[in-house]
Every structure is written in C-alpha cells, then in structure tokens.
Design a protein around this ligand. Sequence first.
Ligand code: C2O
Ligand code: CU
Ligand code: CU
Length: 495
Amino acid sequence: MNRRKFIKGSLSALTLTGLAGYGLYEMNYPGLSWAGTAGRFTSSLFVPPLLENLSDDPDFARFSLTVQRGNGTFLPGRPTPTMGYNGNFLGPTIRVKNGWQVKINVNNTLDERTTVHWHGLHVPAQWDGGPRQVIPAKSNWKPEFTIKQQAATLWYHPHAMGLTGEQVYKGLAGLFIIDDEFSENLDIPKTYGEDDFPIIIQDRRFFHNGHFAYVQNMMDVTRGVIGNRLLVNGAERPFLDVLQGKIRLRVLNGSNSSIYRIAFADRRTFFQIATDGGFLEEPVPLHSILLSAGERAEIVVDFARDELGANSTLIVEQLPGNRFEAMRFRVARPAEKKNRLPLSLASIHWHKEEDAVKTRNFIMETMSMGRGRMGMGMMGGGRLTINGKKMNMQRIDEIVKLGDTEIWQITNRSAMMMSMPHSMHLHDVQFQILDRNGRAPEAREKGRKDTVLINPGETVRIITRFEEYTGIYMYHCHLLEHEDDGMMGQFEVVS
Ligand code: C2O
Ligand code: CU
Ligand code: CU
C-alpha cells in the first residue's frame, strides 16, 4: 500500500475533524515494525467468552476476575508481553441483568497496582474502580453492587493513576453488558456469539521484537499513541461467518487515543440502535459511525440481501491516521427467522434545560510548552489541562449536590498547532448532549452517553442528574495518554 495515499486520505479526515498541523504523525521509532503483513481474513473473529456466573441464586451474580500477565502472538514468532483478565489479552464479557446484586472477586496477580473500573456503570463511589480504589500488587478487591440501570453495552478497564494507558494497551479491557426486561423482549438480534457480537477495536504499535511500542516521548503523550496495526477483539483482520440476516454488533472504541470512523467497504447502510448507555428512541440509518476513545455504539447490519458466500469488509479509518481493512464478514448460512428491526426502540426520559440548577464550565486545553514557539515538533509536547489544572488526588474540583440536574459546558480550546480532539467522560452518570456549538446533536448522538467527542474549537453542552450515590467520582479525557498526564478532575456528590 502506498504511504502517500494514506497521508492524502487522512488529510481529508483532518479537515473533517478540524485537526491541523498533523503531517508528522507517521513518525518512525528505531525498531518500529510497520504494518502490512497481517493475516488476510484467515482466522475467525475471537469472541470473548461470557464470564461464568458462580451463583445459583437467580437474583445474584458472583464473578471472578484474575488480572494477569501473559503473552500475545500478534507478530509471527515474536511473542508480545501482554496483560489480560482471565487470559492473555482482553477479558471475558461480563453479562448481568438490571436489578441483580453482583459480587466480583478481583485477584490482581500483577507485580504492580491496578484498579478495575466499570465504565458507564451507575455505581457507589467506593466500588467505581477509579484511581481512588487501588488494588495493590498481589492482592484482592471485592466490589459488590446492585445493577440499577437499563440495558446497555458498557466496559471495564484499569484506572490506576498514571498506569491506565499502559495497562489498557497491554490488554486489560473487557465488555460489560447489561440486559433488562425490555431488551430481552425486543425483537432484535440478541444471541451472544450467534447474531450478537462484541467488536472491540484497538490500534497498536509494535517494535520489531514483538513488544508493544507504548509512549516513547512527549509527542506520544500530547497526540496519543497512534498505532499502525488494527486489532479487532485482539487480532488483526479476522473474518466472521454470519447468517443471511440481521446481526448486531456492539462496537467499542477500545483504543487509547484514536478516533475511528467505521463503515463497510460496500457502503451499505446499517442501523445504530444504541449509544453508550442504552437504546436510542429509534434505529438511525447510517453509512458510518464515528467513535472517540471509550465510546460505544450498537449497530444492526442486515445481510439478508447478500448472496450466500458473499463477503463484506469493515473499514476502520483512524482520524487522523491510517485506513484499515479491519475485518470481513462472510455470509455463511441462511437465517432461520427474519426479524424486522422495530420502528421504535425505547422511550428516553429527556432532561430539561430549565430543570438544571447550575451550569459548570470546563475548558480542555492543550498549550504549547517547551522553548519558544515549538508547536508540535518532534519532541514537543503540550501542557494538557482541564480548567488550567492537572489531576490532584488531594483536591476535589467540583462539588455537586445529590439530586441536582446540571449542565456541563465543555470547551476544547487549543492553541494553534496544538489542536487535539478530546473525549470527555464522566463516571457514575449517563448524560445527554444538549448541543454542539449551539447546534442540536445528530440523531446518532441523541441518547444516553457517558463519553463525548469534543472537537478542537468546539463547545459541547451536556445535561445530567446526579442521583442516588454520594462520593467522589472522576471526569476526564478518555484519550488515555491525556488522562495519565493529568487531564482529569474529581467531582464529589454530597447530600
Ligand atoms: Cu473508561 Cu474513567 O474511564
Ligand atoms: Cu468511566
Ligand atoms: Cu484529551
């Protein structure tokens, strides 16, 4: 593949997201392995197993997660040191139902601290698994909480101060699926591993020796580690045999710092049915979805009109960056039944602007640093802050009153040449987007969200209600290199 072409391709992407000064991103580090030798759709998509529920009580769930080191085989003959939950890379899918009481035994076998954060879960602060709930090396953590939220595709990952990016990069991430009465009765594909699949998309960079090439310098921190190889559920270019009908994909942008535009090579229309925190009101027809790091979307793709044996390739474009043939679907068998997609999915309770008692302002900023006007030079980094501050565990940045509805107005202010997108994430709550630069969000974003892309120069207003639990939670940029560098703050919910 022609490198020039790649760069050209990504330039249009730059204009789309308003990113400037990005010509340098294809840097080479000594010993960095270039992409292109990946398998050509010869191995089948790895579907993370459902984590076994060890409880017999129907209202209870007991799970066990072991955080461990392992080895991956991404480059032939060159093993990659990895981390995984109950395995070498990634983790099993945790599946629970609204109302369940859940107990999880987390066993950290690593020689370093970690945490396990339930991203998107409404959960008491003490069990949130953020940087305040450290699990020291070689020790256990036993969170227990009740699921009090609607069906959604969430995920779990480590969140230890300063170590999040690296531990996720090495493989610590898994899906956390919530079902409820409603989702179980909806006429949509819902058999895990049959017509309902997790699609965890991540990019990685490797050294020739097979090891991951994580952060190498300040530039990697400022712009995020952008990989030149793409993994879907932990492997490059897998294929998936599907039935000649509708399938559901639970897509997670599990990358550290990439924004992905995801589409099919044949430009087929598909339907988005859910955002981060649950179903949309109605299926939204799309040709592509845009997900920033940490965001999820559930989509339904229909292969009913494809011939048996036909192929369809999923394309993932990194913004800014490479364009990958991510995986291939093969229409392998006739569908037994043809479910129609319901015209309406859910009714969403919309927060009203007039119910908000407060508007808070957040400025996410990348300022040039270093001598003179260095901009994004080879070694140049940026000072990444929220409201001019870096994360400090001893400081509570915002105090929120329990039961209050609030508007958070988030601005991405970027210095010239330091223009970076950010991905704002709030713990504990699901919010709704009021507007982007004053314009109502597109249909695909009109739902429950916990993570939102903030483009350079953009101001996004979100609204949420802080319910039920008091305690200290995080808000941060979900570009993990930014988060680890301190682009994070703490809000405390008080009664
Ligand atoms: Cu997905 Cu605070 O994290
Ligand atoms: Cu989170
Ligand atoms: Cu950021």
